[in-house]
Write a protein that binds this ligand. Structure first.
Ligand code: XMP
Ligand code: MG
Length: 178
């Protein structure tokens, strides 16, 4: 697994430090409120686990699964809900937790869908932001790291369901996915 990684882009220590900062910022912004964190399966699971524990106001969690990529590395632009929320979100403060915003197509669809269910507020927290490939403008409220246009894996992010359990964000060797 490690042999497929060309280099480490964000180390385990860098991830931990930045997530502590994000948690403190979110804690301050939501003082006196309760958050419903919505993780986008499956890539956001690892980030979600660490981020929610860095937040010191009450956090309920729920998950949604959407498809946009299949097993490849390019967005199809077609978004399908594979698993919907279990919670009723009306009147609640939603914090959407994503692994990476790339084209922005997935989040644009998701935000519109969630807004129609009348939450009190919606904010977006993404671990990674890859602005070079943006096709739809998305407002990011909390951004972990801005990354260049590489295909990255680890810390929840996969290629064909592999590498999610790497503890860092790494760049995959091009020959692995070409
Ligand atoms: P869009 O393009 O709609 O897609 O913003 C966001 C989703 O695409 C996946 N994605 C990646 N997954 N390494 C990955 O492992 C990457 O470099 C990458 N870029 C996009 C990811 O699932 C994200 O939620
Ligand atoms: Mg994802």
């Amino acid at each position: 697994m490690i042999n497929d990684v060309e280099r480490i882009l964000i180390s385990e220590a860098q991830l931990a430090e930045r997530i502590k900062e994000l948690g403190a910022q979110i804690t301050a912004d939501y003082a006196g409120k309760e958050i419903l964190a919505i993780g986008v399966l499956r890539g956001a699971v690892v980030f979600m686990a660490d981020l929610t524990r860095a937040i010191k106001v009450p956090v309920a969690i729920d998950f949604m699964a959407v498809s946009s990529y299949g097993a490849g590395t390019d967005s199809s632009g077609v978004v399908r809900i594979l698993k919907d929320l279990d919670e009723n979100i009306e009147g609640r403060h939603l914090l959407i937790v994503e692994d990476i915003i790339d084209s922005g197509l997935t989040l644009t669809y998701l935000l519109e869908n969630l807004k129609s269910r009348k939450p009190a507020s919606i904010k977006l927290c993404t671990l990674l932001n890859k602005p070079e490939r943006r096709k739809a403008e998305v407002q990011i409220d909390y951004n972990g790291f801005t990354v260049p246009d590489y295909f990255v894996v680890g810390y929840g992010l996969d290629f064909a369901e592999k590498y999610r359990n790497l503890p860092f964000i790494g760049i995959l060797k091009p020959e692995v996915y070409k």
